[in-house]
Ligand binder design. Structure first.
Ligand SMILES: [Zn+2]
Length: 400
């Protein structure tokens, strides 16, 4: 049996006035996702426990069958795994965004989608400073998504599970003062963020971004810290081999921690201009070698963060036409299969933020009885009356 899971990140949403009172999933022309609903079943799953901040680190961990309440330690250690950064037992990884804050408000959690080469230069600048201590090690990632590692030299880190930080994408245009880190080690984190401001201000290349209408990085924003999570490999837990296609570090890291292959697709950007069709082709290719392929698409989430309903609809239509359709056709042609479409969490256009609550899923294939559903969207899923805790969706997908 072959399995494909497609994740349109942040796809679940509310009904929009600008879409004629429909959700993006209702408004989008998605015949292939609807075919999944018609041939199989739809339902709702809740991947983000109410006590945890909503994000793909929590949502996809649950979607992959691991209860985040039990396994999640933080977002940054997963991204560290993606970069092949090994953490010692006393080490902590911390997400280090380059952000643009003006008048005390979070104006851009991406520093205006800062280009890779400039981001790398700025992170190197911070590394040279080392925040005054060799304990701190900066690692450049992709664009605004970078890492800071606390390298213990025998002494325990100042942080604990009680250290609370706020993801910068959760506070768009809001005053940052009320969202600073709290708990053990908060003073260190705040000090590091303050120290970054004059260093970034002194970079001429960074300031030049203003001329082109871009946003310079004004400081770092530190969040999502944790130690390495103790995840049982997927093959051991579920008896299936896996591979993932994604442009996002977080998903690569989680895949590595689960023992999955990570497949690089040229043209996969993690943004609205990603090469959807290439993702579809590489996924089909991957299925020849593994039991389960996971295709993650970030574009639907990015469109939500930007508040563009039309772009979100377009991303969903491309996912449907270039990934779900070809994968379903291929799976049918090769024998027993199952295919599942599910977002990891809702991202609301209204708030431009990740949200908690149910997301709709559609599942069809060998041994899955058809229910009465004909379309795949939030309200159809609600009517189906099937609702599962997030981490029970993977066992349901693989069962039988
Ligand atoms: Zn997001």
């Amino acid at each position: 049996m072959k399995y494909a899971l497609i994740i349109p990140d942040g796809a679940a949403d509310e009904r929009q006035e600008s879409l004629g009172g429909r959700t993006p999933l209702e408004a989008a022309w998605t015949p292939h996702m609807d075919a999944l609903a018609r041939e199989g079943m739809i339902g709702q799953a809740d991947h983000v426990p109410a006590s945890m901040p909503s994000g793909s680190d929590v949502g996809t961990m649950s979607l992959f069958g691991y209860d985040p309440l039990k396994y999640h330690t933080g977002r940054a250690p997963i991204e560290a795994a993606a970069q092949g950064i090994e953490l010692g037992p006393l080490d902590w990884a911390i997400r280090c965004n380059l952000v643009h804050i003006a008048d005390g408000r979070m104006r851009s959690f991406t520093a205006g989608q800062i280009p890779n080469d400039l981001a790398r230069e700025l992170i190197q600048l911070l590394q040279k400073d080392q925040c005054g201590s060799p304990t701190w090690k900066f690692h450049p990632g992709v664009s605004y998504r970078n890492l800071l590692i606390y390298r213990s030299r025998g002494e325990p880190a100042p942080f604990s599970r009680e250290t609370k930080t706020v993801p910068p994408h959760d506070i768009p245009d809001q005053p940052v003062a009320s969202h600073l880190p709290q708990g053990p080690g908060a003073a260190e984190l705040c000090g590091l963020m303050e120290r970054s401001a004059p260093l970034l201000a002194a970079s001429a290349r960074n300031q030049e971004r203003r001329h082109g209408g871009g946003l310079p990085a004004t400081q770092t924003w530190l969040w999502g810290l944790g130690k390495t999570p103790a995840l049982e490999p997927f093959l051991q837990r579920f008896g299936k081999t896996g591979a993932v296609i994604t442009a996002v570090d977080l998903l690569r890291g989680l895949a590595r921690l689960l023992g999955w292959q990570v497949i690089d697709v040229p043209g996969a950007t993690g943004y609205l201009d990603t090469d959807y069709a290439a993702k579809g082709r590489y996924a089909i290719d991957a299925l020849k070698g593994v039991d389960l392929v996971v295709v993650h698409v970030e574009a639907s989430d990015e469109a939500s963060h930007e508040g563009h309903a039309d772009k979100k609809v377009e991303a969903l239509e491309r996912i449907d036409a270039d990934i779900v359709g070809p994968l379903h056709r291929f799976l049918k042609s090769q024998g027993d299969y199952r295919i599942l479409v599910s977002p990891d969490h809702p991202t609301f256009l209204r708030t431009k933020m990740h949200s908690h609550g149910y997301v709709p899923f559609a599942l069809c294939g060998t041994g899955i009885a058809a229910d009465e559903s004909a379309t795949y969207d939030e309200f159809a899923a609600r009517r189906s009356k099937v609702a599962v805790p997030g981490h029970e969706l993977m066992p349901l997908f693989l069962a039988g």
